[in-house]
Design a protein around this ligand. Structure first.
Ligand SMILES: [Zn+2]
Length: 291
């Protein structure tokens, strides 16, 4: 019995960021955010959709379309200035989470679990569209950041996180002994069957988590949120300009060690332009190996 039947990537619009965001140039965020004059080409805002035996599971929920239609979505003042300099979004009218799931033949009402890699607004944008019955998983370490002073400058918009009716469940990865996890010593088993394991991957934010999928009939795959914006940079231990650089390097090395244990495992980031094709290629290659 295959626990996971299908995995797909959908994108709730696109985002343009600064080249210094994709890879650090050694200067602090507030320096490059204010001085950068370039934007990258549009990049995806990926939501990974996992059709599990027990129901639909999402890894991240994308960007809320209201962020481009509601002038009050982002803060004003100095924080608003940072948000405007950091990213530019394009969210077509059909690029809602509900619409993108429908494109794949899914009804958002069937989402059973939504995991958020971290609480930045481009990962929590679909919360308001989820059914009230959906369990929303976040790391306890990440949720603890929300009510700190100056959280808005760390990319945390309380009014879009504390959404009425959202069924938050905090996760604290526990010690595990599993040689297949390589350097990772802590994990949280989402479905209780070993198919979906959450691993602590701090760096982009203190509580960022990644998902390792292991299920018969599918290649292993790893979903890493914003640990990287380009998996080739990740493989070369080159880290982004947002987050704690030392922790990003530590976590990057751990993910690369894990990947080395699972040849061919795609490492899928939220805004890597290659991620959707990496997923497709891994699924096709695995399918042809199975004959
Ligand atoms: Zn992001």
């Amino acid at each position: 019995m295959n626990l996971v039947k299908r995995v797909s990537a959908v994108s709730t619009g696109t985002v343009q960021i600064r080249p210094e965001h994709v890879e650090t140039n050694g200067t602090p965020l507030l320096w490059w955010v204010n001085t950068s004059r370039r934007w990258t080409a549009p990049r995806p805002i990926n939501v990974y959709v996992i059709e599990h035996d027990k129901g639909l599971v999402l890894f991240d929920t994308g960007q809320d379309r209201r962020s481009v239609t509601d002038p009050g979505y982002f803060p004003g003042g100095p924080a608003g200035h940072v948000y405007r300099r950091l990213a530019k979004f394009d969210i077509p009218s059909d690029a809602t989470l509900t619409g993108r799931l429908r494109d794949q033949g899914y009804d958002i009402a069937d989402v059973r679990v939504a995991i958020v890699s971290h609480l930045h607004q481009d990962h929590i944008g679909g919360l308001r569209e989820l059914p009230r019955s959906a369990q929303v998983l976040v790391s306890a370490a990440e949720l603890a950041e929300v009510d700190k002073r100056f959280a808005v400058f760390a990319g945390l918009l309380r009014e879009h996180i504390h959404v009425p009716g959202v069924n938050w469940t905090t996760v604290t990865p526990q010690p595990v002994e599993d040689p297949a996890l390589g350097p990772f010593t802590h994990a949280h088993d989402v479905m209780g069957d070993g198919s979906l394991l959450l691993l602590p991957t701090p760096g982009h934010t203190p509580g960022s988590i990644s998902l390792l999928l292991r299920s018969e009939g599918l290649p292993p795959m790893m979903f890493v949120g914003d640990l990287t914006y380009d998996v080739r940079l990740l493989a070369a231990d080159r880290v982004p300009g947002v987050g704690d650089t030392a922790r990003l390097h530590d976590t990057t090395r751990q993910v690369n060690q894990l990947a080395a244990l699972h040849p061919g495992m795609p490492v899928l980031a939220a805004h890597d332009p290659e991620a959707a094709s990496l997923l497709t290629t891994a699924l096709q290659r695995h399918g042809s190996e199975l004959g």
